[in-house]
Design a protein around this ligand. Structure first.
Ligand code: OGA
Ligand code: MN
Length: 296
């Protein structure tokens, strides 16, 4: 049976009809999910009950999986499977991290509009984020995740701006995104391990032929431009692309699995009660080449 979709944000986010993603799925069903993601780069599945291994196995049907920056560090980890990213405020013993905990402060970079791992020479494609434990509301936010439609944002630019940004390349650097929130205490060796990467500013989605802005908090400046000019252009483009009309805000329920395509979206986490556990698990698929090698 083909999957049905219910639109949550026009041409951008949709909720998929129920499918039990913990069970092995036919190749046809995977192809239908992929087609739904091409149409709706934010796709929500409700009422899933997935172990980390099941989340990994489902995600792996869409491509090879990333091992993220935190999982690549030496030392004890809360989650056993390296391909499962720990999107939580919990330490190795499942205790809520203190406000000054370095891992927590590093992960607060997720509160800035970004696309995942754009600082890697070969960035990622799909994020698959599964809600296990959710915090209560707070005065500053309820732990929602917001997504911005980078295809619609590109389409809405004046033609002269499109022509000017189409050929540009931005430098993406995880140390720049962290510097913006005052976080500079990286573990020894990490700066060398993750040097900046150049990425096209405008990408084309093969499945639809549409163009998309590839923006991220990691984007520091424009290659070949004075840093200040590039940074100011990126600030303008970010303000344009994250206007309310381009944004879908996801209010989490336990059991949600939200899949997004990092190539055509930005996202950010919202604040929540920092004294309560928030536990989400993420699997992420890798791209096959640099954005510079892909047709614009
Ligand atoms: C992520 C991310 C935001 C959130 O998982 O990549 O940015 O709301 N998450 O947890
Ligand atoms: Mn992210």
């Amino acid at each position: 049976m083909p999957i049905q979709t219910k639109e949550l944000h026009p041409g951008f986010a949709a909720e998929a009809s129920f499918l039990d993603l913990s069970r092995p799925l036919e190749a046809d069903t995977i192809a239908e999910i992929q087609a739904a993601i091409d149409a709706y780069p934010v796709l929500v599945f409700r009422d899933q009950n997935l172990t980390d291994a099941q989340l990994r196995d489902f995600a792996a049907r869409f491509g090879p999986l990333e091992i993220g920056r935190a999982a690549a560090r030496p030392g004890r980890r809360r989650l056993a499977i390296p391909q499962i990213g720990d999107i939580s405020n919990l330490d190795e013993d499942n205790n809520v991290r203190s406000l000054d905990d370095r891992r927590r402060l590093d992960s607060l970079g997720n509160r800035l509009w970004h696309t995942d791992a754009s600082y890697m020479p070969v960035p990622v494609v799909l994020g698959l984020l599964h809600a296990v434990t959710l915090p209560p509301p707070s005065p500053f936010g309820n732990g929602e995740t917001e997504f911005a439609d980078m295809r619609a944002a590109y389409d809405a630019l004046p033609q002269a701006t499109k022509d000017a940004v189409d050929p540009l390349v931005a430098e993406h650097d995880v140390f720049w995104s962290r510097a913006q929130i005052g976080f500079t205490e990286f573990p020894p060796g990490e700066r060398e391990q993750y040097p900046p990467s150049p990425q096209r500013l405008v990408r084309r989605q093969q499945a639809t032929g549409r163009k998309s802005l590839y923006l991220s908090a990691h984007a520091s400046h424009i290659s070949g431009w004075p840093v200040a000019d590039g940074r100011l252009l990126l600030l303008d483009l970010n303000a344009h692309a994250t206007q309310a009309r381009f944004v879908y805000s996801h209010t989490w329920r336990v059991g949600d699995l939200v899949i997004w395509d990092n190539r055509w979206t930005m996202h950010r986490g919202r604040p929540h009660d920092e004294n309560k556990p928030r536990d989400l698990r993420r699997a992420t698929t890798l791209d096959t080449g640099s954005t510079l090698e892909q047709a614009a």
